[in-house]
Write a protein that binds this ligand. Sequence first.
Ligand code: C5P
Length: 293
Amino acid sequence: MTGALAEAAPAKINLCLHVTGRRDDGYHLLSTLVAFADVCDTLHYEPSDAFSLVLDGPEAGALSGEADNLVLRAGRRLADAAGILPSGRLTLIKRLPVASGIGGGSADAAAALRLLSRAWHLDGSAGDLPSIAASLGADVPMCLSSGPAVASGIGDILDPVAALPPLHMLLVNPRRPVATPPVFRARTGPFSSEIGPVPTESFDAFLGWLSARRNDLQDPAMTLEPAIRAVLDILAAQPGCRLARMSGSGATCFALFDDAEITAVAASRVGQAFPGWWVRPARTSMEVAPPPG
Ligand code: C5P
């Protein structure tokens, strides 16, 4: 494949997520710690005069027209900003479940911006990539940098946390898609305070801090999708589980463990007990993962 390029779109994990307010336009103000896992979709590019997208991979069948459009929309916005015509044959290998709280569509759009900037040799001439990212969705800017960060605003203001300890986690999705807007709408009660500074001196200090925080969308999401509670109960019951929580607006949940071996044991137990669930052992990565294969 002469001229082929590839870019990973890593899963985004909200390790905690506080809803701190609501704007007049209906968007919610957040204070959230995000990290990115070495589990990803992959976007491939081959030169072609036409601009097109092919979907492939185990989760491609679940994609709605809306979700795949975000990749093409990202490309068209980037080309507009650069004053060129979009071109190239994109192939999206979809491995992350759709509508699952780990950023899939946003990660794919961010990967498209990174990939096409390289493929089209834009060298910054398309202007401000983060603002193009922000115009595509609240989570796209954090997926553009794909590194650990505290996000505020509607999730678009990023403060990198470079020294976050590497985390071993098990990701589990009960294969029930959950749309984000109804989960935000189902949230009630007072708003939370900001999550505050993240202690990074040790895993135990970090875990103590994280345990005292929460995901404010977890209860409303569980009301709308009861399978989330089942996932959290199973994760919390795994030997060595240090914390189990939902990511984003669900339904994917994560459990943190001390090391890769105990994570793998839990992955195999949960996978065998629930063959219909999406179960992936993962590690957080400090930067954008290289595309597999
Ligand atoms: O920006 P994005 O398209 O990812 O957001 C999807 C929906 O999630 C929004 O239309 C809104 O209903 C909700 N949302 C929100 N507050 C945020 C992010 C998303 O209310 N900070």
